[in-house]
Design a protein around this ligand. Structure first.
Ligand code: AMP
Length: 394
């Protein structure tokens, strides 16, 4: 279902409430350490200003748990936004209270007001009807541009849409385009790479992807549950022993669906969960007792590379090793490099793999980096995301 965007609705002279994702990282002095999420919101905001809207922004920041807490104030965001737009951004000291009402009452076209952290009110995360109504009453149109929270049915991400015409901003439009196209109409071969710590977290994604992909490459901690299920000795590697049957069922489903499911042929193991412990690379079936697998080995990287060379669509979610340790970041790094050189549509799920690609300066070489970790996983699982579902269809 195609969703309407800001371009499909007349915003001129109207008050437009935009749900952004301004959940930026900060240091202990509350300085913003990475402003990419704010920069990401600029396209939609600028479009609205250029089209004479009165722009009312809202977002959450951190987890204030329904209470006002200055540590999570959006003040630094208002300042940064103002700098980037070279325009005044007024910060309301509340969300739906006197300050918000006063500041939004007399806006001129092109004015910008940022409401205070929506999670300062416990009703936000409860998707409370009265709270949603009051938030909606500040504006005439609702725009959702926060993909990172689109899998949550909160007042500012979904509830308000019951009371206002609701459309998507450019960020959500892009997410739907790339994630949606890849799932519904991928150019083939379509290869998915999954990593991360647990099979249990990704089971629904694996299940859904097995219906769509031609090949599925698995690395990271979750690979060891598959190895154990196949009867290999995995030493002290991370493993979900209650998921062995599930792992075998996944292997069986892959066979039935004619999907080539590729597990690592070698692993980088260590004597302890540490960057400094003794380490070596061994074949998957030769992990000694007391050792643990922390990354994929070089042969695995090579075989992943061979498979990826022919891919036309690649979707990647989850690190292939304990990339927080320099020594075991190699697999994640090399796969990022391989993807950056492919002549294919490359889509990186949010979270750790997106962070790795960005840290390496390879973000511009990818087709799309999702702005939502949890949301992109749920989208890949085929779930309906409340923050998208609530928007008007074209
Ligand atoms: P997830 O949140 O499920 O995407 O998993 C990310 C985490 O998986 C990262 O913190 C990695 O350190 C961890 N991880 C990846 N590979 C392994 C491994 N072989 N053993 C233990 N943890 C791993």
């Amino acid at each position: 279902m195609t969703k309407k965007t800001v371009k499909d609705i007349d915003v001129s002279g109207k008050k437009v409430l935009v749900r952004c994702d301004f959940n930026v990282p900060q240091d202990e002095n509350l300085n913003i350490t990475d402003n990419r999420r704010i920069k990401g919101a600029l396209e939609t905001i600028k479009y609205l200003i250029e089209h004479n809207a009165k722009v009312i922004l809202c977002s959450h920041l951190g987890r204030p748990k329904g209470e006002v807490n200055n540590k999570y104030s959006l003040k630094p965001v208002a300042e940064e936004l103002s700098k980037l737009l070279e325009k005044e951004v007024k910060l309301a000291s509340d969300i739906i209270g006197e300050s918000a009402k006063n500041l939004t009452a007399n806006m001129q076209n092109g004015d910008i007001v940022l409401l205070e952290n929506v999670r300062f009110d416990a009703r936000e995360e409860k998707n409370d009807e009265e709270f949603s109504k009051s938030l909606a009453s500040l504006a005439e149109i609702y725009v959702n541009d926060a993909f990172g929270t689109a899998h949550r049915a909160h007042s500012s991400t979904a509830g308000v849409a019951s009371y206002l015409p609701a459309v998507s901003g450019f960020l959500i439009e892009k997410e739907i385009k790339f994630l949606g196209d890849a799932l519904q109409n991928p150019e083939r071969p379509f290869v998915a790479i999954l990593g991360g710590s647990k099979v249990s977290d990704k089971i629904a994604v694996i299940d859904s992807l097995l219906e769509k992909v031609d090949k599925l490459l698995i690395g990271g901690g979750m690979a060891f549950t598959f190895f154990k299920a196949q009867g290999y000795n995995i030493g002290k590697s991370i493993c979900e022993v209650d998921k062995l049957d599930l792992a075998n069922a996944i292997l069986e489903k892959a066979k039935q669906k004619n999907v080539e499911l590729v597990l690592p042929s070698d692993v980088h193991i260590a004597k302890a969960f540490s960057n400094d412990a003794e380490d070596k690379i061994v074949a998957t079936n030769a992990i000694p007792d007391e050792w643990q697998g922390l990354d994929i080995g070089n042969n695995t990287i090579e075989s992943f590379k061979t498979i990826l060379q022919d891919a036309k669509t690649v979707m990647w979610n989850g690190p292939l090793g304990v990339f927080e340790f320099e020594k075991y970041a190699n697999g994640t790094r090399e796969v990022a490099k391989i993807l950056s050189n492919l002549d294919a549509t490359t889509i990186i799920g949010g979270g750790d793999s997106a962070a790795a690609v960005e840290q390496m300066g390879l973000a511009d070489n990818m087709t799309h980096i999702s702005t939502g970790g949890g949301a992109s996983l749920e989208y890949l699982e085929g779930k309906v995301l409340p923050g998208i579902e609530c928007l008007q269809n074209v």
